[in-house]
Design a protein around this ligand. Structure first.
Ligand code: IPM
Ligand code: MG
Length: 357
């Protein structure tokens, strides 16, 4: 089969980690008899520099015509002082919205070979951790009304968190589907003791699950308590569903608990099979261009694309097995390095993963 993949490499380490993932995709294609065609399109700071906007129309048009999209990272010091509507991040939020990608799945898994990289005590992680965060991605405070002004000579600014029943139901469906294939226990995270939007969230998730997934038990957890529980007892979590902003925050925490944010990938999907796949980390401008960045999160994102957009599960398994093998052999990029291991550059890590497919 032939697949057309739009590549939004973006800023900072984005281009180097995408190069690693593309290498792995090409090798996987050779092995399994697929052809992947890549088209590079501008986004983020790179697009601001080249086209004057973080999300050029051509990027949106071509992404909507592609079979799926691979994204590196956006942002950097250079554009930090730009107004919020012109910042690189606006490109990422814009493409998520334009493609209708309301469902963001962020699996935080502790790789057995990397147990020592977790900052938690070994007794807390000895049975493994796999927290799958299902984050609502096109609603809530990220896309609500906002504004600023002056009142009695003082500046003020505001944002709004707003969720409708259908927005909550469609993300609840994704989370319930996942939970019913796994532990059948879904933790729904909100702040219903304070926020009206959270109270609607809680009620809607329960009603939806009771009606369509009676086998799934929904457990509510307040977001502040969740933040604590993730470091106190991460093994209690399986599938977690939450709003856009809470998912943003908790997924960074869950990632760090599993050792390194350089290991975590995410998929963003809407109603069809075309998705956007990206590492959950940022553009790390401090290490960009030094070949230090860990490409594994982006390689895993590419593997998720094969499985979730193209239904190529064997190919996904082959990439994950190769990563496991390389880690088991003791190869580590700087972010996951520990005494006694072999330290490699980002490009070497990608090559090793290719060689083991
Ligand atoms: C993420 C990032 C983005 C977000 C930023 C870069 C806009 O933090 O994907 O987690 O907040 O969604
Ligand atoms: Mg984030």
């Amino acid at each position: 089969m032939n697949y057309n993949i739009a590549v939004l490499a973006g800023d900072g380490i984005g281009p180097e980690i995408c190069t690693g993932a593309i290498k792995v995709l090409n090798k996987t294609g050779q092995k399994f008899g697929h052809t992947f065609n890549f088209e590079y399109l501008p986004i983020g700071g790179a697009a601001i520099d080249a086209c004057g906007t973080p999300l050029p129309d051509i990027t949106v048009e071509k992404c909507l015509k592609s079979d799926s999209v691979l994204l590196g990272a956006v942002g950097g010091y250079k554009w930090d002082d730009m107004p919020v509507d012109k910042r690189p991040e606006k490109g990422l939020l814009g493409i998520r919205k334009a493609m209708g990608l309301y469902s963001n799945i962020r699996p935080a898994k502790l790789w057995p070979s990397l147990a020592a990289a977790s900052p938690l005590k070994s007794e807390l992680v000895k049975n493994g951790i796999e927290i799958i965060i299902v984050r609502e991605l096109t609603g809530g405070i990220y896309f609500g009304e906002r504004g600023s002004g002056k009142e009695n000579g003082e500046e003020f600014a505001w944002d709004t968190e707003k969720y409708s029943v259908h927005e909550i139901e469609r993300i609840a469906r994704i989370a319930c589907e996942l939970a019913s294939k796994r532990s059948k226990r879904l933790i729904s995270v909100d702040k219903a003791n304070v926020l009206a939007s959270s109270r609607l969230w809680r009620k809607t998730v329960h009603e939806y699950a009771a009606k369509h997934f009676p086998d799934v038990e929904v457990v509510d957890m307040l977001v502040d308590n969740t933040a604590m529980q993730i470091v106190k007892n991460p093994a209690q979590f399986d599938v977690v569903v939450t709003s856009n902003m809470f998912g943003d925050i908790l997924s960074d925490e869950a990632a760090q608990v599993t050792g390194s944010i350089g290991m975590l990938a995410s998929s963003s999907l809407g109603d069809g099979t075309r998705g956007l796949y990206e590492p959950i980390h940022g553009s790390a401008p401090d290490i960009a261009g030094k070949d230090l960045a860990n490409p594994i999160a982006t390689i895993l994102a590419a593997a998720m694309m094969l499985r979730d957009s193209f239904a190529l599960s064997k190919e996904y398994d082959a990439i994950v097995a190769s990563i496991e093998k390389v880690l088991k052999s003791g190869f580590r990029t700087a972010d996951i390095y520990e005494e006694g291991c072999k330290k490699v550059k980002g490009s070497e890590m990608a090559q090793l993963i290719c060689d083991n497919i």
